[in-house]
Design a protein around this ligand. Structure first.
Ligand code: ADP
Length: 470
């Protein structure tokens, strides 16, 4: 099974959020099941070229109205994953992974078109196009149109995975590259020409990254206006829960930690908390450390967390937030930390090293998302013995059973996206924390959870086969 896997970001080359973890880890698991995968992504200007054995492979002439553009294709084998990196003028004009909407529209449509051209030029004919998020939607559109003409693409099937429905992409430059348009009668006017809905409409199959999110996006509450389109396609819509790579995320072998530990040596974990507290100037006391590692976006409910914590000022807690994004939320977090100098810190940056230390130091991990397609931080947190407090939505609902309701529960769950509800769940978690034997049982249950990619990869391969045989 040959799979052309398109994604905007892939760890460790370029990472902004969870998509990078998925694109960096899932292809390796697919490879173990016998798939030959090419992960294609832009050669982002932020990729550290000197750190990887990147080889030039070929040049491609990408057709475009007003003059074609030259793309350069580079190849890289990284820990068993074969990458194709695409460079060219629309890629170089963006300094990081993402730029403004116009730049991103041009960058990703150029890369989608170049990825398909590369397959033809290198005579590498995939069985399946696995396109991830809006950035890869144009490739699905081209495939759907070209298949009717027979030839190279006639037997290739497409799977379009939605990692986040909220980002529908930019239509900029789609006309320049003659991206085929499809009738989308059940989509609101404002969304009719956007990449994401058009990818959903033209893919052979659609998946999203948890079963609960696959159900939720068919409702008005979570559908962002695409609920009718998604409901119409519900017979071809599957939810496959993401995993994490247990080797990349392993507290027993994580160079970022001051003290390695595993389920047998859990008390040693506290050394990580002590060292972090020292470094951040937080008092060494018996209060639990509450952590948050997140993009700062309305989606993630950081504002709910800050209000909930102020409702619980009479309780002992310390809070460390690591996040970057929306300037208004950064400002709220900064002000919160200033108001509570004895118990709160806001680390407003993207810092993988600090993230790992927080997973290993936090007693609790707060994830009060308004919606959450899958969420990886709860999976990473559980693996590191941090107990998640989550809103019961999407992948959080699918992966965190409530310790007060279920034997073997691994966290605490609340339902409404409201600070008072979060405060209620946090209160229950703080009560459990005071009972060490109970707390250890919850940590152990989380650490034992098998979140590895094996199950998801098998489900993807089964789906690929079904599509290829159709
Ligand atoms: P999303 O993809 O919506 O951002 P996920 O929970 O799926 O959310 O994935 C988030 C990933 O990004 C995790 O690997 C998390 O550790 C990482 N991450 C988020 N914010 C930061 C940050 N400020 N510094 C380092 N890593 C971060």
């Amino acid at each position: 099974m040959k799979v052309l896997f398109l994604a905007a970001e892939a760890a460790p080359l370029a990472k902004v959020g969870g998509l990078a973890d998925v694109a960096g880890e899932l292809p390796r698991a697919l490879g173990r099941l016998g798939c030959e995968v090419r992960v294609v992504m832009p050669f982002h200007a932020s990729i550290d070229r000197a750190s990887y054995p990147i080889e030039p492979r070929c040049e491609l002439d990408v057709p475009r109205s007003g003059g074609g553009l030259r793309a350069e294709l580079y190849a890289l084998d990284l820990e068993g994953v074969h990458f194709w990196l695409i460079d060219g003028p629309p890629v170089r004009q963006v300094p990081g992974v993402y730029g403004n909407s116009e730049q991103d529209g041009a960058k990703f449509v150029f890369c989608d078109r170049a990825a398909l051209l590369a397959c033809e030029q290198l005579s590498w004919q995939p069985d399946l196009l696995h396109a991830n998020d809006w950035h890869a939607a144009a490739a699905v559109n081209f495939l759907r149109a070209w298949r009717q003409d027979g030839g190279f693409w006639s037997d290739v099937r497409s799977l379009f995975t939605i990692h986040n429905l909220a980002y529908m992409g930019s239509e900029a430059a789609r006309a320049d590259y003659a991206v085929p348009e499809f009738e989308l009668p059940d989509v609101p006017d404002w969304a009719r020409h956007l990449p994401l809905p058009s990818g959903i409409a033209s893919a052979d199959w659609i998946s999203t990254v948890s079963p609960a999110y696959a159900r939720e996006i068919q409702t008005a509450e979570y559908g962002f206006g695409l609920e009718h389109l998604l409901s119409r396609r519900s017979a071809s819509l599957t939810g496959i829960m993401n995993g994490i790579d247990p080797q990349r995320w392993d507290p027993a072998h994580d160079a970022a930690l001051v003290r390695a530990y595993d389920i047998e040596t859990l008390p040693a974990r506290d050394e990580n908390k002590q060292s972090l507290r020292d470094e951040l100037g937080l008092p060494q006391d018996t209060s639990p450390l509450l952590a948050m590692v997140t993009r700062l976006d309305q989606q993630k409910g950081v504002d709910l967390a800050l209000v909930a914590l102020e409702m619980l000022l009479s309780e002992p807690w310390q809070f460390v937030l690591l996040g970057t994004g929306d300037p208004a939320l950064e400002e709220q977090a900064r002000r919160f930390a200033e108001r509570h100098p004895q118990r709160a810190r806001a680390l407003l940056r993207f810092d993988e090293h600090a993230a790992r230390r927080l997973y290993a130091s936090g007693d609790l991990l707060l994830i009060p998302s308004r919606f959450e397609p899958c969420g990886l931080t709860q999976l990473i947190g559980m693996r590191y013995g941090s107990v998640p407090v989550v809103r019961g939505t999407g992948g959080l609902l699918d992966s965190v059973p409530d310790a007060d309701l279920e034997a073997g529960g691994t966290g605490f769950v609340f339902q409404a996206p409201a600070a008072a509800d979060l405060a209620g769940a946090l209160g229950r978690a703080l009560t459990a924390f005071r009972d060490l034997a109970r707390w250890r049982a919850i940590q152990h249950a989380g650490m034992r959870r098998d979140s590895s990619w094996g199950k998801a990869a098998s489900e993807y391969v089964e789906l690929y086969r079904k599509l290829a045989d159709a």
